[in-house]
Design a protein around this ligand. Structure first.
Ligand code: ADP
Ligand code: MG
Length: 249
């Protein structure tokens, strides 16, 4: 067996008295796409945010690319934390781009700042990545001129610029209209076909079943069911999974 790109063991997270994650285990193999389904409030975002330490877990173990992100109740710090954040790119529902920078500079600047890439090379790479997300012709536009789906694809190009080991998606299309949603999902599908390792939290169940290798159903901070898309869609074991699928397809 190869080493998993992301390994989560017995992850717990509480906010004060609220015990949100109650022992989550997950291995994500290189090139694997894991789709995470579950009702609002079940802990999906918290789980993703723990992986790159946007939230500090309460207990459990998380390793990324073989290095420890969290263990013995301690998060990675300093250089290790910076390295972790580079390895794991994250896309949120909110459209996070720098409004005062052109599209190409949005993608190029983090390479200059975080990787020490020369500006000219960073711009070349940015143009190539904008091609990947279908936005070369918008390279010189300002974010204010772009649609939501285009902004989300800029954010995706920027995440790819860090050459991440894995990408985490937290409902990246839930703020988008149907057409923009399709544009973003298509780019995500291309990335999966190229072997990108991804965890995708989404309510787009059809897409999840189409693109994922493994589907997880989370309820009350626990993985209540996991399987291949065929197993989950054709033969769900849990009543909550059946209900969720019925409501979202
Ligand atoms: P999901 O993404 O599945 O909708 P979340 O992980 O966002 O669920 O939230 C799970 C639970 O944790 C919810 O009850 C939410 O209110 C709570 N929660 C999330 N973040 C915080 C926080 N920073 N402080 C307190 N409670 C939080
Ligand atoms: Mg969420």
């Amino acid at each position: 067996m190869t080493e998993p790109t992301i390994q989560i063991r017995d992850l717990h997270k509480s906010f004060g008295d609220l015990h949100v994650l109650r022992g989550v285990d997950l291995d994500v193999q290189p090139g694997e796409v894991v789709a995470v389904l579950g009702r609002s409030g079940s802990g999906k975002s918290t789980m993703l945010r723990c992986v790159n330490l946007l939230e500090t877990p309460t207990s459990g173990t998380i390793t990324v690319g073989g290095t420890t992100a969290f263990a013995h109740r301690k998060p990675a710090k300093g250089r290790d934390l910076v390295a972790l954040r580079r390895k794991v790119g994250m896309l949120f529902q909110a459209l996070n781009v720098f409004p005062h920078l052109s599209v190409v500079e949005n993608v190029a600047l983090p390479m200059v700042r975080s990787l020490g890439t020369g500006h000219e090379e960073a711009v070349d790479t940015a143009i190539r990545l904008l091609g990947k997300v279908g936005l070369v012709e918008k390279a010189l536009s300002m974010p204010g001129q772009l649609s939501g789906g285009q902004l989300q694809r800029v954010a995706l190009a920027r995440a790819l610029a860090m050459n991440p080991l894995a990408l985490l998606f937290d409902e990246p299309t839930s703020a988008l209209d149907p057409e923009s949603t399709m544009d973003v999902l298509n780019v995500m599908k291309d990335l999966s076909a190229e072997g990108m390792t991804m965890i995708i939290v989404t309510h787009e169940v059809k897409f999840a079943l189409d693109v994922a290798d493994t589907v997880l159903m989370i309820a009350d901070g626990k993985v209540i069911e996991r399987g291949t898309p065929a197993q989950i869609s054709e033969n769900p074991q849990e009543q909550l999974t059946r209900k969720f699928l019925a409501e979202h397809t």
